[in-house]
Design a binder for this molecule. Structure first.
Ligand SMILES: NC(=O)c1ccc[n+]([C@@H]2O[C@H](COP(=O)([O-])OP(=O)(O)OC[C@H]3O[C@@H](n4cnc5c(N)ncnc54)[C@H](OP(=O)(O)O)[C@@H]3O)[C@@H](O)[C@H]2O)c1
Length: 357
């Protein structure tokens, strides 16, 4: 469902605020020295739009941890392209086409773009845009959560790679976040016993009350993860979906069952640390004796299964078997605070910025 166009279609010149990368941030949580906001003048005159390009007004932008690993100024980690300095950063965004020089897109179309500049307006090639069907009842934020990267990542982890059996003991870290909330719900739909770790008591309550987790614990309040895991997994762990890495991953290796799967989606606890100072994993030998499989993945490597995912997820949403939870912050100005909130346990659910309606 789109909203009003706020008169953007009628404007010919706009002052557009955008977040750009002023300096790389090799370690620690990025600050306002690294990501800065500025205003640029953009002509929306038809003649200012290059052939095969469209002018887009940004409506919603997803706030994702992967941005952290692309702005370190070094290669490696997630092996995603390094954004250039002094240019608007990009993310998964939903926008409204306000001018078009591409025959596949018309003014008023609502589009999703994996490389959306974090800018109120932008003129961009139409290559990566996908039109959103505005005749359905699906709310736009869902395309950035359950039907977007977090939902797809959770689906690949649970349905494709982890594939737990009914009754399997499943552990999910960052359980209240974008990936974690959908992974937990998918594992419950498969009949598993699901336990999550997360960063506040409110979030522990949330994962149990709204996402159907059987148990949960606040990792900030556990002085010894080994003790916590022994308590919550008296019968051991069959599948661990790792979103955080570090000490928790190391301690999970002491509780795995024979033939367990460890699916690594990300390691957010290590993203603000240079590689030489990251926490090492000491208990890998347990993988040998227990025939454990550990696999990292990027959801982008499974795009050939996106159609199957979207069909199944839409069905679950329509049947209210999967519920999304969004933290929607207002205004492009809130992007920076929203981004750093990913590293402080202060958000709840999938973090999104609403730039316009
Ligand atoms: N492989 C892929 O294709 C793919 C795609 C998308 C995301 N991911 C990964 O999946 C993970 C979750 O991403 P998301 O988009 O769903 O983000 P998210 O979970 O909505 O937000 C990140 C969460 O991580 C937790 N966190 C932050 N610092 C932490 C620390 N030091 N130790 C433990 N937890 C910490 C925080 O929640 P708490 O309150 O629990 O602390 C925070 O809310 C990330 O590792 C991300 O890189 C992978």
């Amino acid at each position: 469902m789109g909203g009003s166009d706020g008169g953007a279609a009628a404007k010919t010149v706009v002052e557009s605020k955008e977040w750009y990368l002023a300096a790389y941030a090799p370690e620690n949580v990025p600050t306002s020295d690294h990501l800065k906001l500025r205003s640029v003048t953009i002509s929306l005159e038809y003649d200012s739009v290059a052939d095969q390009h469209v002018a887009v007004q940004l409506l919603l932008i997803s706030v994702d941890p992967y941005l952290r690993s692309t702005i370190t100024g070094r290669d490696g980690d997630l092996y995603l392209p390094r954004p250039p300095l002094n240019k608007a950063i990009t993310g998964f965004g939903i926008g409204r086409v306000v001018r078009s020089k591409n025959k596949n897109f018309n003014e008023g179309d609502i589009v999703i773009n994996p490389f959306s500049p974090v800018a109120e307006y932008s003129i961009i090639p139409a290559d990566f845009l996908r039109k959103i069907d505005q005749t359905t009842d699906i709310a736009l934020p869902n395309y950035l959560s359950c039907l977007g990267v977090p939902g797809f990542t959770a689906w690949v982890a649970i349905e494709v790679l982890g594939n737990p059996k009914p009754g399997s003991n499943v552990f999910i870290s960052a359980a209240a976040g974008g990936v974690g909330m959908f992974a937990g719900q998918l594992a419950k739909l498969k009949g598993c016993r699901v336990v999550g770790s997360t960063g506040s008591n409110d979030k522990v309550q949330l994962i149990k009350d709204e996402f159907g987790y059987d148990e949960g614990f606040n990792y900030h309040e556990e002085s010894d993860f080994d003790v916590a895991l022994a308590k919550y997994f008296p019968d051991g762990i069959d599948l661990y979906l790792d979103n955080v890495g570090g000490k928790l991953l190391d301690d999970v290796l002491n509780h795995v069952n024979k033939g367990a799967n460890i699916v690594i989606s990300g390691m957010i606890s290590q993203y603000n640390t240079i590689p030489a100072e990251r926490e090492g994993v000491k208990n890998l030998l347990n993988m040998v004796g227990k025939d454990v499989k550990m696999q990292g993945f990027l959801c982008g490597s499974y795009l050939n299964q996106f159609g199957e995912f979207a069909q199944q997820m839409e069905k679950y949403i329509n049947e209210e078997k999967i519920k999304p939870k969004h933290k929607i912050n207002q205004g492009i100005e809130s992007f920076f605070e929203s981004f750093v909130s990913l590293f402080s346990s202060s958000n709840l659910g999938k973090v999104i910025v609403q730039v316009a309606t």
